[in-house]
Design a protein around this ligand. Sequence first.
Ligand SMILES: *[C@@H]1O[C@H](CO)[C@@H](O)[C@H](O)[C@H]1NC(C)=O
Length: 599
Amino acid sequence: MLLVGKYGVVGLLLGSILPTGYSLDPTTHHGVKYDNSNPHTGDFSHELPFHHIHQTHHDLEADDGYSHIRIIFTNDIHAHEEEFSTLGSDCKDADMEEHTCYGGAGRRQTIINRLRAGYKRSLLFDAGDVFQGHAIYNYYRGNASAVVMNAQRYDAMTIGNHEFDDGLKHLANFFEQLEFPVICTNLNFDKVPRLAKLVKKHMYLEEYNIAVVGVTTTTTQFISMGEELDQVEFLDAAEAVQAEIDLIREKYPNILSIFLLSHNGYLQDQDLASKVSGLSFIFGGHSHTYLSVDHPHDPDSRGPYPTAVLDKDNKPVYIVQAKKFGEYVGFVDLTLNQEGRIEWLSGQPVHMSDKIPQDPDMQTLVNTLLEPLHSLRTNPIGKAIPDMRQELCKTGECLLGNMVTQAILDHANEKKRVDKPEADKVDIVLINSDVMRAGIRRGIVYPIDIVNVFPTGNELVEITMTGQEIRQAIEASVTEVSPVDGKKVTGFLQVAGLKVEYEFKKALYSVLVRDPRVPLEKLPNGQVDHKSLKGWKQLDDDTPYTVLATNFLSEGGDHIFPKSYTYHSYGRLSSVLLEHVFREPVLNPKLDHRLYSPS
Ligand SMILES: *[C@@H]1O[C@H](CO)[C@@H](O)[C@H](O)[C@H]1NC(C)=O
């Protein structure tokens, strides 16, 4: 029988059961069994009975010929060092009253401390995507994550796709600050010597006689920042892992176990597990999957914790993951026999509810990191001259749309100037107005106002569209009917780099694109005459244009674009806009006739 106990079961029973030789039965690999009949199991989904952890101290450290290892892990923290609400946004007073504030580095630290205190032989892993998702990232980039992770004494992490969001230099800066190794087996950094030095293909832990390999999703090459990624070769995850396992086993023939840190997603982890041999455990991420020891009775769970899959040799590989943002900290306790077979297995994702106290030292560190971010609510970062209302953007040109699309254009061209000066400038920005969820009031601007415009985490992406495709998208937007298939369209595009003449819901008359060779017409007072068409030329149907759009549109969202596109990501829209305001604190957009109706 496979007894994957909740913590209490193992804590209370391990000492006595282990010698009688409980072992894993691979035939039960689909539904991992655990004993719920024991009255000591308790309800861990709400509260962690810490005394159980401490109580296990002696049992699990027993010198009984077995190897006991506790692995604590996190995944997809996405810069959530401070507690957060059910929406993943900052925790407000109402959330506190309703006890719906979760996570944060302070709570993670408490649990990490307690799990370590119960078990000397423990390791702490992260499965990637520590970047992106909270203003703390926009402000510090990876620096805050590095400080927190170093303080928490991680033993290893692998690379998430969002770690690439700000380019390779930035990634290397982050890795350089880490006091623990970064493991990724399926990336080839031969063309980026700095990263080749910083990223290890595997890690061997002599004290434990185990090794750790790592993988990241190969879709990163399509969903993350463009050009620079050409320098990185993404290898098939299963093949790379198998090759590394073979190498490790040759080097350390008596190795007990090999673990994988995977930023590849729950389904992909299962697929990989079935294709390899010699791997015992996968600490996963990327898909933000919540797994539960109570699966399928736990309605929120997507699978059992751990999920067991038979590998190529019919041996079980166990997969765990702990949702996202550090709402859970996962752990597993492994008892390996001298051949490295997992004899005992237990653990659970521990919910970082507000019942878990925040570790005072870590919380002090987080509060210090957050201090400059009080600017989010209290320290002004800029000033809005006009009111920029969001609802106006759904039917025509609007100040908010003009400000946002210009910010995007500036950001992208600045990025290109720095990273790749020889690249073409970005021509055109197209965003769906619904991606902007709040307007900006005239007066002092706080970062929170910017974050509120784009609270959803939509990303800015770069794609290539032909002139014809752009025209089709614009026509769909202004007429609310797709010219490709006649279907209804519900979104409206805000644009930069184009001049569109149309009649709302009726017709598209023309789409002009800026002709950089011809200066714009000026009025006698020196200002640009926005009504003049001088300096603009017809969009050419066959010419490919570089377009910045939202990932939503590029994936076919709202049915506005004539097809879906593969894209390179520039990161979240909120980051882009925040950076714009840090650079240009006075927001004073004007209407310039980019979307105009003759009537
Ligand atoms: C992050 O830390 C590096 C190294 O100390 C520093 O050069 C960089 O300016 C920091 N970045 C931010 C955004 O704080």
